[in-house]
Write a protein that binds this ligand. Structure first.
Ligand code: IVH
Length: 729
């Protein structure tokens, strides 16, 4: 734009308006690219704003221009590529949940006993703050400047949304103050206020674009945009409440660090306080709950955290959540609607799951059309112990019933109660199918030898011949938390599974697709929904996953009971897939040392061991794996803390420990990458002996094992009081 005032919009002819609009849109797009993508602004703020205002004025006078070149799309920074990944230096964890006052008091008790706080003693202090219902973001500052922003992703690796985060006014580009550490990873929640959410949906409606179900989805959809101008146009907000890597902390308490965040330029939640014990925590919970409706943004509970960071560090983590924090969730929300039909879905393990199809109803701001009915006993009105779960007579659920639907946080909504007064006269009891609706095989309820009871779940016995199971297994294999193959979603898996030219019946087939396509003279390109570009992209995404992290690979196999946590434990313990397979095959013999080793992995229970043995015992699974491992090479995980002086060592604790409880000692050693054993043998590397140690000292002398006391242990593993290990997230 020239320095002289441009003519008023109303005086422009249509042609001139169109020409000016096009030029402005291009100029703004270039400025967006320069600012958001390349980090090198070419316009100052005032000049940029003036251009945007003029563009909007032109569109208001000539609405047809908006359709020709919609602002949001025309002025965006073009995607430089799909999101890159960022590995979190400190994992981004989740929180355990408390649903009742009793759960909260159990949590406080667990913390106290882990820390060895005697009954007559007070403490520890906790912080209590709202649990914001948005999405978590990790912001890395180096020498005070924002260098990276990453979503949580799977907790280990997130998406690089740096350019998007830079557009959020409440995320400082530079941190203020003289106590900002050289490296500071600040974590918190990106969210949208209620009014802004309503505005976004109104604009979506006006454009004929799909509306967002709730503020959290809208916030996530707005942040994870390749076109950062879309993010910039959405008034995203940010509360800071945790941190990742921060070797030099500004305070020794949770509340002190959060206060520092406020000094550095972040918004921190004003409803944060510190509490001395359960009663104070519950009182603050009730206070926040009473203000929930008028806060102007969604919260779904209250988070309690141990305030003292040295105690946080002693408490450590269990699985994916800290021992020192918990989320006290608000009660679920309810709504009433009509059950229109019951469908049966067949999962990857053959489980027949009844799904309620409902007349659409809003539950806590989300439109619900499907809800779970769990299993056939639940529909009949009984729990796993055979006790009634509904008071009515009869207690069952029927198609046509008016039902109460309950939704709590992220949990799948479920049908709860039935209003028998509204039951239609012709409503018949639901007959649960005894055969698989997909392959027709018998569907049975197995007998669980461990509990002596009939399994609540009815399963299809079709195994390999059941198309539903095969398809679900494939979907699981490529899903986000498993191999995470971009562009290969549920729809594509269904397409390939059914395709007769390029069938994908098992995981290995995914990796031979490109070769088979070429041999078939590029058949895929001409198929429905696939263009040359999307085929190339898909093949590239598949290629990228030929060396998946071992834990994701194990998880992706969909072995019963082996979830993400178990997969990670197994990957860490065995290091390679070959070692895992060899160990499990040997462990079929209950007397084999491999079986004892498998049983002894902390966190891997007997049900998982049983499931692993069964999985590898099946010849067809081993054959499938043989074909798959000819295509992919899973990569071992990095050790938990390979730099720790006890990583990979076997440690035994004995005698009385004074500064830590036995649980704490064990957890600490494992966190540092050591294995903790119960007895001293030639495989032991270190014996930590407190007062009163007996025979283990003699065993150590016999095997030449190094012996240290508790103080020696701390000197060995804790390099500095608040260094490295500390931190809440
Ligand atoms: S603390 C190590 N504080 O809740 C735990 N999380 O369910 C660090 N969240 O992924 C998290 N408000 O996205 C913490 N005040 C708060 C929070 C909060 C919301 C989210 C966060 C986390 C999830 C866990």
């Amino acid at each position: 734009m020239s320095e002289t005032e441009p003519p008023p919009v109303a005086e422009l002819t249509k042609r001139r308006a169109r020409a000016e609009h096009r030029a402005l849109a291009q100029e703004i797009a270039a400025a967006n690219d320069a600012y958001f993508r390349d980090d090198r602004p070419i316009l100052d703020d005032a000049a940029y704003d003036a251009r945007r205002r003029r563009l909007v004025a032109l569109e208001e006078a000539h609405p047809e221009l908006r359709d020709e070149q919609p602002v949001s799309e025309a002025v965006g920074a073009k995607p430089s590529s799909k999101f890159a990944r960022i590995r979190h230096r400190a994992p981004m964890l989740s929180l355990g949940n408390a649903f009742s006052d009793e759960d909260v008091s159990d949590f406080v008790q667990r913390v106290r006993s882990f820390l060895g706080i005697r009954a007559e003693m007070e403490g520890p202090a906790f912080t209590a703050e709202p649990k914001i219902d948005g999405l978590s973001l990790s912001l890395r500052y180096e020498n005070g400047a924002l260098v990276h922003a990453a979503t949580r992703g799977d907790g280990e690796e997130g998406e690089d949304v740096t350019a998007n985060a830079r557009t959020i006014a409440e995320i400082p580009d530079r941190l203020a103050g003289d106590d900002v550490p050289a490296i500071a990873e600040v974590r918190g929640e990106v969210y949208l206020g209620h009014a802004d959410f309503a505005g976004i949906n109104e604009r979506q409606r006006a454009k004929g674009a799909p509306e967002f179900a709730n503020p959290r989805n809208a916030a996530a959809g707005s942040l994870r945009q390749l076109d950062v101008s879309i993010t910039a146009s959405r008034p995203l907000r940010f509360f800071a409440y945790a941190w990742g890597e921060m070797p030099a902390l500004p305070a020794a308490t949770q509340s002190g660090v959060v206060a520092a965040f406020a000094r550095w330029g972040f918004r921190v939640n004003p409803l944060t306080t510190t509490c001395a014990g359960v009663e104070a925590l519950l009182a603050h919970y009730r206070l926040i709950e009473s203000q929930r409706a008028t806060l102007g943004y969604d919260i779904d509970g209250v988070v309690y955290k141990v305030d003292d960071l040295s105690l946080q560090s002693r408490l450590g983590f269990v699985s994916r959540a800290p021992r020192w924090a918990i989320a006290h969730k608000f009660p679920a929300e309810l709504a009433t609607t009509v059950l229109e039909a019951i469908d049966i879905q067949v999962g990857r393990t053959g489980a027949l799951s009844p799904v309620a199809r409902l007349k659409p109803v809003t539950v806590g701001g989300v439109v619900v059309t499907n809800a779970t009915l769990h299993n056939e006993d639940y529909i009949r009105g009984f729990d796993s112990k055979g006790e009634r779960i509904r008071s009515g007579e009869p207690p069952d659920i029927r198609v046509g019933d008016t039902v109460t639907v309950k939704r709590a946080g992220d949990v799948i909504p479920r049908v709860e109660a039935v209003d028998l007064d509204k039951r239609p006269a012709d409503a018949a009891p639901y007959v649960f199918p005894k055969t698989c609706p997909i392959c027709g095989s018998d569907a049975v309820r197995e007998h669980n030898p461990r509990s002596g009871k009939e399994d609540a779940v009815r399963r299809c016995t079709g195994g390999l011949i059941c198309a539903a199971q095969a398809v679900e297994r494939l979907k699981h294999f490529v899903s986000r938390d498993a191999l995470d193959i971009e562009g290969l979603g549920d729809r594509q898996i269904e397409f390939f599974h059914a395709d007769s030219d390029l069938p994908v019946k098992e995981p290995a087939d995914i990796f031979t697709l490109a070769g088979r396509d070429a041999a078939n003279l590029k058949k895929l390109k001409d198929k429905d929904g696939f263009g040359a570009q999307s085929v190339t992209k898909l093949f590239a995404a598949i290629e990228e996953r030929r060396n998946p992290p071992l834990n994701r690979f194990i998880f992706g196999l969909g072995i019963r009971h082996v979830g993400e946590t178990n997969a990670r434990l197994l990957a860490r313990h065995y290091g390679s897939f070959e070692a895992l397979q060899a160990a499990v095959l040997a462990a079929t013999d209950p007397a084999a040392p491999e079986r004892q080793e498998l049983d002894a992995i902390d966190g891997v229970g007997p049900t998982v061991v049983e499931a692993l043995i069964q999985f590898f015992a099946e010849a067809h699974n081993r054959e499938m794996l043989g074909r798959l491992l000819a295509q992919v090479a899973p990569q071992p995980l990095e050790a938990v803390a390979s730099v720790s002086p006890v990583a990979g060592k076997t440690v035994v604790f004995t005698g009385a420990l004074e500064q830590m409880t036995r649980d704490e000692a064990k957890a600490m050693a494992e966190r540092l990458g050591a294995k903790v054993a119960g007895s001293v043998s030639s495989k032991t590397d270190l014996l930590v002996a407190g007062p009163g140690a007996g025979s283990k000292l003699k065993d150590a002398a016999k095997h030449g094992v190094q012996v240290i006391d508790e103080a020696g242990w701390f000197a060995l593993v804790l390099p500095s009081p608040l260094g490295g290990e500390g931190g809440s997230a």
